[in-house]
Design a protein. Structure first.
Length: 537
């Protein structure tokens, strides 16, 4: 079947259609969660190609490799073979391509650990100090800090060591192309090559990525930026909510389209999330209109400890899957018949603020036999994504590095090596941090650890940005399509100690009409009650 305009615009609302069909020139699409931003990007790519743009001339920037893979699949489904010629990927992948095009050869890319090792040797210092230096160097390379006297000497020694090794670090993959594109003829080459640039999750680009984009797009470029300032969750690594404001300053004739209908979540979830985010003072107010029905009330469950938290998640999943025994679960996980409901394990997500919370939940899953996958197990999504991207980028330089992928050509759609855990088609429950959940959606979402200290995450450092923490919780809540659980343990074993936890202050910001609270009593209390009842007989 040949692709028609009607097919590309199928089911889109008027604003989405306007974004898909907008004429060339800078365009800003700003809209809340679940309003079809990512869907609109896919359709716009198809629209542009249908109207004569060459697939090779298109660069679609995604935030993660996983998002790139999903977008590839979705454009592939619409466009067939032509989709494989579109450059869909992260800034780092583009940066690597530019560096290689520039003639660099035989180089290696240092991982964060290798970087710290190198700094340890250069500075003859313990890991902690080297780590701090690595962070300072990273900020300089991302154009966030200047190279001041305190770091100058070590910065230069580090750069010269990299040159000697013919190596780049991860940040160089953006910084070096920015420097290369400062030369007019290099910039022209890439502006001719990429005549259309589309950026998803624009709210989270940092200063170096912004510079690269500006250079690629030129003064009047066809740059389409799509995002939501309420979902900016990376200011800690230099992302800037001011991106949107800058966009309109940089491109005064930019078109702006807002999408307001939310197709993802029940109206209870959207209205509750909206009430929460309105507590942020620094935000651009925007409309979010739920298209779906009211749906189930959000369950707030107050539990004795983290073990009970894992148990309740398992119980709720088992209930929806229509099977209760370990054996039944194993059968289903092994490809046996589905449960009585139409649910799949992949319909459920368990989301937490810190990776330290994952252990107790994994234990509950292991005991139950329910299949699960953890994404972003490392300290932060940043390091996970870096490791994943590195594995992939290294495979491009040295195909032998691909571990167990079984792919003869590393450039094929299989986007990553074995380092990539997340398979969107796997029938397993997804466990991940709030940061990793960005852009995803699941029918049933459990947000665990809705406690003071974790949500907002004040347990590890002082002076956290409350508004960013609120946006992070907002991202979590808006991943849910039908059912949302907010779980809180009164007692939690975390970072080597047992802590008494108060409820998250964010829970109070959600009106009661959207919540149904349940308190599960302490185990000890329950046992005592049972014993005293037995005593009566
Ligand atoms: P986020 O901000 O969380 O990344 P988003 O704005 O990118 O969200 P999408 O993921 O593109 O939103 O879409 C959310 C859901 O709504 C998807 O399941 C998508 O298929 C559905 N959707 C979007 N637009 C429409 C529409 N016009 N009709 C029906 N479903 C739609
Ligand atoms: Mg999206």
């Amino acid at each position: 079947m040949s692709l028609t305009e009607a097919h590309i615009l199928d089911n889109l609302n008027d604003s989405q259609k306007r974004a898909v069909t907008a004429a060339d020139g800078p365009l800003l699409v700003v809209a809340g969660p679940g309003t079809g931003k990512t869907l609109t990007i896919v359709r716009r790519i198809a629209w542009l190609i249908h109207h004569g743009a060459r697939p090779e001339s298109m660069f679609a920037v995604t935030f993660t490799n996983r998002a790139a893979r999903e977008m590839k699949e979705r454009t592939g489904a619409l466009l067939g073979n032509a989709a494989s010629k579109i450059f869909i990927g992260t800034f780092h992948l583009l940066g690597l391509t530019i560096i290689r095009d520039g003639g660099a050869d035989g180089f290696t890319i240092l991982s964060r650990d290798e970087q710290i090792e190198l700094l340890k040797t250069l500075m003859k210092c313990p890991a902690r100090k080297a780590q701090q230096a690595a962070e300072s160097i990273s900020r300089i390379k991302n154009f966030l800090d200047d190279e001041d006297d305190g770091i100058k000497e070590i910065f230069e020694a580090y750069q010269s060591a990299l040159r000697q090794k013919n190596a780049f670090d991860f940040d160089d993959l953006i910084r070096v192309p920015v420097e290369m594109l400062a030369r007019a003829e290099v910039a022209r080459k890439y502006r001719d090559r990429f005549t259309h640039i589309i950026v998803d999750e624009y709210q989270d680009i940092n200063s170096a990525q912004y510079r690269l984009l500006r250079l690629l797009a030129g003064g009047t470029g066809n740059l389409c930026a799509v995002g939501d300032s309420d979902q900016a969750i990376y200011s800690f690594r230099g992302a800037d909510v001011g991106n949107f404001l800058n966009f309109e300053k940089d491109f005064p004739d930019a078109g702006r389209i807002t999408l307001s209908k939310n197709y993802r979540s029940s109206s209870v979830i959207i209205n509750a999330a909206d009430s929460l985010i309105r507590h942020n003072a620094k935000r651009i107010d925007k409309e979010l209109v739920p298209v779906c029905d009211r749906g189930a009330t959000i369950a707030v469950i107050d539990l004795p400890d983290e073990r009970a938290e894992g148990e309740i998640i398992i119980r709720e999943i088992e209930e929806r899957m229509g099977g209760t025994s370990h054996y039944q679960m194993m059968q289903r996980a092994g490809g046996g018949e589905q449960g009585s409901g139409s649910c799949r394990f992949s319909d459920f997500a368990v989301i937490f603020r810190t990776n330290a919370q994952a252990k107790a939940i994994e234990e509950a899953f292991l005991a139950s036999g329910i299949p699960y996958q953890v994404i972003g197990r490392r300290q932060s999504m940043q390091s996970k994504e870096i490791e994943e991207t590195l594995a992939y980028l290294r495979s491009l330089i040295r195909p032998d590095d691909i571990v167990g992928s079984g792919q003869p050509d590393p450039r094929e759609a299989k986007f990553l090596s074995a380092a990539d855990f997340f398979d969107p088609r796997a029938d397993a429950v997804t466990l991940m941090t709030l940061h990793m959940a960005k852009g995803l959606e699941f029918p049933v979402v459990f947000i665990t650890g809705c406690e003071g200290g974790l949500v907002p995450c004040t347990i590890m450092k002082d002076g956290v940005d409350m508004e960013e923490e609120r946006r992070l919780f907002y991202v979590g809540m808006t991943r849910a399509k039908e059912e949302l659980y907010l779980l809180r343990a009164r007692n939690r074993f975390l970072y080597g100690q047992r802590l008494t936890q108060s409820p998250s202050p964010f829970l109070k910001e959600i009106p009661d009409e959207f919540l149904k609270s349940t308190v599960v009593p302490d185990r000890m209390k329950k046992r005592k009650e049972k014993d005293s009842q037995l005593g009566l007989f």
